[in-house]
Design a binder for this molecule. Structure first.
Ligand code: BGC
Length: 743
């Protein structure tokens, strides 16, 4: 029999959680969170901090929970699942949570929706190449609409790790090397996933990952040690996190790596001091997969129990798959090693997000099989994937305006191991993408040309194998054709998690194949498909044109054909530097000058004795079929005080023969500081459309905020002195001027 006080409490709970009485105001949410918390047993509280995967990792890719997990849900011992989706499957589990468990607290379902659920969009680094936050927001919005129809209310994305080392396989999952571009993309994705109303049935919680510094792995080797100064950490690596927290991101994921000896999952400075105390983040932090358990091999915890203690006390709220909280929190609480207050705070954060998602009001709103059927892979989704793909393509070379191809071209040889691939264009971390939905490059070209052109296809070689027996047929096809479209690069599983590479060359014999084709004298249009910058010096010298397409998702072939034949004028820009040699990395445009910057006349300066210092393609680089001319850079003043803003304008003219889009980029350099500053820092960018012969004046505003950095005393301030301003088409080709900041 229930005691009288329990009945009263349950009644209050009902009032506070019932739909009609509860507008989603911050105040009522906090009251409702407290009302639930007040009813919870210690066991139920621990349960909220526990997340388990479905059967996915056993290789079956089933969406079922593992044996025994349903029972744990009914006992209130699980707060969240990952890798379980489907309107019916999630409804079934949610029903157990809200009908069988004592307090009826709904589950939150997380999934890695990195670039799409069933409809695969371009990989994140490709989307970042659009330099178009509104487009990236739209893509995230569409992905949220699709996956939320399949029971999911939380994505483990965006990955906002800055990556300056292309050996690191996860560079593909982020937005490249720059903190300002990275922050813009991070904010766009958060807005897209979460929409204006997190409690709507088609918005989902975002998860910023991997907090933090994960992209700084030494040698580019995944999971490796990270060690950089607090200044670099805050100015470069934390910047996108901060921007996205300010934009309202609901959750974060702690990273696998250590920084300066402290693994993130045990890092109180990071998870509590910076994130909560400084940034006022009030959502929750989930661990990465077993990252609490990994505190043992890291060497900061002697066993799983100590790992649980370190993690919870650091501010890590939810345990993904390590069993540390399930197994040890009760004991740690009894021993006073973890306080009830700390536990409550973590539970509170998780409940808060569940309330904000509206899960208490309607736990089944994501579980609508009808909606799921209508939404998944709908025409609207596929069209959006196509649009985003066309904007993600970067034109790296176009000798004498070789592209676009003439639509009257009679014979086209489409050659290469990725030309007819329908699996690889899905890229790493494609969620439920299916190769059968993918338009290959070959198919895209065929669709575009219809029967106007003869298309000859040869694979030539495999992606990574050493066999050259396919060369003969490929050479023959090239000889017969007017032009060769050569599709080369990496397979979908050569980048992504645990996919570091020690070389950046085209794998296998692909470059040899290109060399043989070149000998036929037929012009080569190289189409690159890859998850990281590659060292493609030979192609850069010999191909007539090169398109960087990354992995573009299901509409790969359509988007590439649009660009090849000029229906779309490419407008992408590189979000990351392409080195010439792997020995140059880490290589990034916003480096420091050093005390001995490279000087060809002086031997004792900073350079490589065997090769030069310059990149193959700089950050921000990307060509167009038309020509943009920059002129008339103007500053509103040569001197500004800290309270004034500086207006910068430039005229951009489309001087070529096509309409087109251009990303106008603004960089600064702080010439003298109390600490050294980068040789260039991106501060703003605008994507503009110009018709043929049109000229536009582009205006930027710089404020004191843009000039701030962590000074000698680690205060975030600007310092008076001279600044350079650069405006241009990439991080190298700019017009420049100077101004002075006075007190
Ligand atoms: C990855 C995360 C991912 C998680 C859950 C981990 O291995 O590092 O990025 O969200 O798995 O799938």
């Amino acid at each position: 029999m229930k005691s009288k006080s329990t009945v009263i409490l349950l009644f209050i709970f009902f009032l506070l959680t019932s739909k009609n009485l509860s507008p989603q105001s911050a105040k009522t949410i906090e009251q409702r969170v407290d009302s639930v918390l007040a009813l919870m047993t210690q066991e139920e509280k621990i349960g909220q901090l526990v997340q388990f995967t479905g059967d996915w990792d056993t290789g079956t890719h089933s969406t079922e929970p593992k044996a025994g997990k349903r029972e744990l849900v009914s006992e209130g011992k699980i707060g969240s699942f990952l890798n379980i989706f489907g309107a019916d499957m999630t409804r079934g589990l949610q029903k157990i949570a809200v009908e069988k468990s004592r307090l009826k607290i709904p589950l939150i379902f997380g999934l890695d929706v990195i670039h799409g659920f069933r409809t695969t969009f371009p990989v994140p680094i490709a989307e970042a190449s659009s330099w178009e936050p509104a487009l990236v927001e739209k893509s995230a919005r569409m992905q949220a609409i699709e996956v939320s129809a399949s029971g999911i209310n939380w994505t483990f994305n965006p990955m906002v790790d800055i990556a300056r080392d292309p050996r690191w396989g996860r560079i593909v999952e982020g937005s490249g090397e720059d903190p300002v571009l990275g922050a813009a993309m991070a904010v766009a994705r958060v807005k897209g996933y979460q929409g204006n109303d997190l409690s709507a049935n088609n918005t989902i919680a975002a998860c910023l990952k991997h907090f933090a510094g994960y992209g700084g792995a030494e040698g580019g080797r995944d999971y490796n040690t990270v060690d950089f100064s607090e200044r670099t950490f805050r100015e470069v690596y934390l910047k996108p996190f901060k921007a996205a927290v300010d934009a309202g991101a609901a959750t974060l994921m702690a990273s696998f790596n250590e920084i300066g000896g402290v693994p993130s999952s045990a890092n109180h400075q990071l998870l509590t001091k910076i994130l909560r105390d400084e940034w006022k983040f009030d959502g929750f932090v989930v661990s990465d997969w077993n990252s609490i358990g990994e505190l043992i091999p890291h060497g900061v915890a002697r066993d799983l129990k100590q790992a649980a203690e370190l993690a919870l006390n650091a501010g890590l709220d939810m345990d993904m798959e390590s069993n540390a909280y399930t197994k040890h929190l009760s004991e740690l609480l009894a021993e006073g090693k973890v306080s009830g207050k700390t536990l409550d705070e973590s539970v509170r954060r998780i409940l808060r997000i569940k309330f904000r998602l509206g899960l208490f009001d309607d736990p089944f709103k994501y579980c609508d099989a009808e909606r799921e059927k209508k939404t998944i892979l709908s025409k609207e989704m596929k069209d959006a994937a196509h649009e985003v793909a066309t904007k993600a393509i970067v034109l790296l070379k176009n000798e004498n305006g070789f592209l676009p191809l003439n639509k009257e071209t009679k014979k086209i040889a489409v050659i290469g191991p990725l030309a007819n691939s329908t699996a690889d264009p899905l890229g790493p971390w494609n969620q439920q993408g299916d190769a059968k939905d993918v338009v290959s490059v070959l198919q895209g070209i065929k669709n575009k040309c219809g029967d106007k052109a003869k298309i000859l296809y040869e694979e030539g070689c495999s992606i990574a194998g050493k066999e050259t027996d396919g060369f003969g047929k490929a050479i023959q096809a090239a000889k017969e054709a007017d032009v060769v479209v050569l599709v080369v690069g990496e397979s979908l599983d050569m980048s992504g998690e645990a996919r570091a590479r020690a070389t950046l060359d085209l794998p296998g014999v692909q470059e040899e194949l290109a060399k043989e084709i070149y000998k036929t004298g037929k012009p080569i249009v190289a189409v690159l498909m890859n998850g990281r910058p590659l060292t493609i010096n030979w192609l850069n010298e010999h191909a007539a044109a090169i398109l960087e397409t990354w992995f573009l998702g299901i509409r790969t072939g359509d988007a590439i054909a649009d660009v090849l034949f000029g229906d779309v004028n490419p407008s992408g820009k590189l979000p990351v530097t392409f080195p010439k040699y792997v020995g140059q990395v880490p290589m990034y445009y916003n480096h420091k000058n050093t005390g001995r910057p490279y000087d060809p006349k002086n031997n004792y300066t900073s350079y490589y004795a065997d090769y030069d210092n310059s990149p193959l393609y700089p950050f921000g680089y990307g060509l167009s079929y038309t020509k943009f001319v920059y002129d008339d850079l103007k500053l509103s003043s040569k001197k500004i005080s800290k309270t004034e803003s500086l207006k910068i304008s430039i005229e951009v003219k489309n001087n070529g023969s096509y309409d087109g889009e251009e990303v106008v980029q603004l960089y600064i350099r702080d010439l003298v500081g109390s600490v050294t500053r980068p040789v260039k820092e991106l501060k703003s960018f605008q994507k503009i459309f110009l018709k043929k012969d049109e000229t536009k004046k582009v205006e930027f505003t710089l404020t004191d905020e843009d000039l701030k950095f962590y000074n000698l005393d680690m205060n975030f301030v600007s310092e008076p002195g001279m600044f350079k301003v650069f405006v241009g088409t990439n991080s190298v080709e700019c017009l420049e001027d100077e101004f002075e900041l006075i007190n």
